[in-house]
Design a protein around this ligand. Structure first.
Ligand code: ATP
Length: 325
């Protein structure tokens, strides 16, 4: 009798709901007219981000789509990447809310990140991160990235510009969108780079195998992998600790030549313990197989000796206690 019962439920369910596939795509399809767009937050290589509203505050990334190009290929890729995006639920990843998928309106809607990016903290405000704070930030990045990789998603563009810090909590953005966004040529900013289309501040995140595969206008076919994400994490770790990019001030050709040959940024002048430098060197390994994965990085970071572990008097726990008494 139980099986008859559930059978009846299933057919009722089928009648009310379309097949799973079409349902799951439609669910994330936000009609463009429902979005309210406010001020522009910024323009990146592939899209412009607006502060917006859709059942509350959101960030809307409008992709630059070349009006004259054939949309069919980008749309398929876009849909594929949106399908990837909606599989993500993790504290340290930006919340995906939906997408507008009607060309020429292609947009990604996510939660609005408060706080600033690590890039802003490190390179614009010149905020100093202590070793302890860097470790805490790096742990959260490893946690978010470990989750992405476990779900089979490669970030492809991990960098301090794509990592927000909200009251000490790391929020990673922009994952998995690299290839679709690269499809949307015709944005003027790419012309600012050189003939390889290298935007400033991108190169130092690229693993040797990516650097060696660079060709003009062929970034779509770069061999991104979990291990190239780990290499990029190494660069973020370096920025946290040193407050600047590796190979600072060097022209792209010099960086390409060195990284491609396996020359790393020297750590001789860096004030840090052996363990901390070891993490960098492992992430930046020339051979991708020698780079650690994120779960391994996380446990290494957790084992690092912490300085001044005692709670400071301004710790919230103390505050609430004294308020009670
Ligand atoms: P690139 O195109 O090279 O990745 P970028 O990271 O600056 O450069 P975008 O990712 O397009 O470019 O972001 C544009 C601006 O919008 C940046 O200032 C970014 O910090 C901001 N931004 C992106 N996503 C969000 C979000 N979810 N909440 C708040 N601000 C965001």
């Amino acid at each position: 009798s139980g099986s008859t019962d559930s059978g009846r439920h299933d057919s009722a369910h089928d009648a009310r709901w379309p097949r799973q596939n079409s349902l799951t795509m439609k669910e994330w399809d936000i009609p463009y007219d429902e979005l309210k767009l406010f001020e522009k937050i910024g323009t990146g290589r592939f899209g412009t981000v607006y502060r917006g509203s859709w059942h509350g505050a959101v960030a809307v990334k409008l992709l630059h789509v070349n009006a004259l190009s054939d949309h069919s290929v980008p749309l398929d890729t876009f849909k594929h990447e949106v399908a990837t995006f909606r599989k993500t639920r993790h504290e340290n990843l930006v919340l995906f809310m939906g997408a507008c998928m009607k060309p020429p309106r292609l947009a990604i809607v996510t939660s609005l990140c408060k706080g600033m990016t690590l890039y802003t903290h490190i390179h614009l405000r010149k905020d100093k991160f202590t070793a302890n704070k860097s470790v805490i930030v790096a742990q959260q990045i490893s946690q978010g990235m470990g989750y992405l990789h476990a779900r089979g998603i490669i970030h492809k563009d991990l960098k301090t510009k794509n990592i927000f810090l909200e009251n000490g909590k790391v929020v990673i953005t922009d994952f998995g969108l690299f290839s679709v966004t690269k499809l949307c040529f015709g944005n003027k900013r790419s012309a600012r780079g050189d003939s390889l289309g290298i935007p400033p501040g991108w190169l130092c995140y690229l693993a040797p195998e990516l650097v060696r595969a660079l060709r003009p206008h062929a970034s779509l076919h770069l061999p991104f992998s979990k291990t190239t994400d780990v290499y990029a994490f190494g660069t973020v770790w370096y920025e946290l600790l040193c407050g600047e990019y590796p190979f600072k001030g060097q022209p792209p050709e010099a960086i390409i030549w060195q990284v491609g040959k396996g020359v790393k940024q020297s750590l001789a002048n860096m004030q840090a313990s052996r363990d901390i430098k070891d993490i960098l060197m492992l992430c930046w390994s020339y051979r991708s197989t020698e780079r650690p994965d994120f779960p391994h990085l996380l446990s290494t970071l957790e084992k690092l000796p912490r300085k001044r572990l005692a709670r400071s008097p301004s710790h919230p726990v103390h505050l609430s206690r004294s308020a009670d008494s």
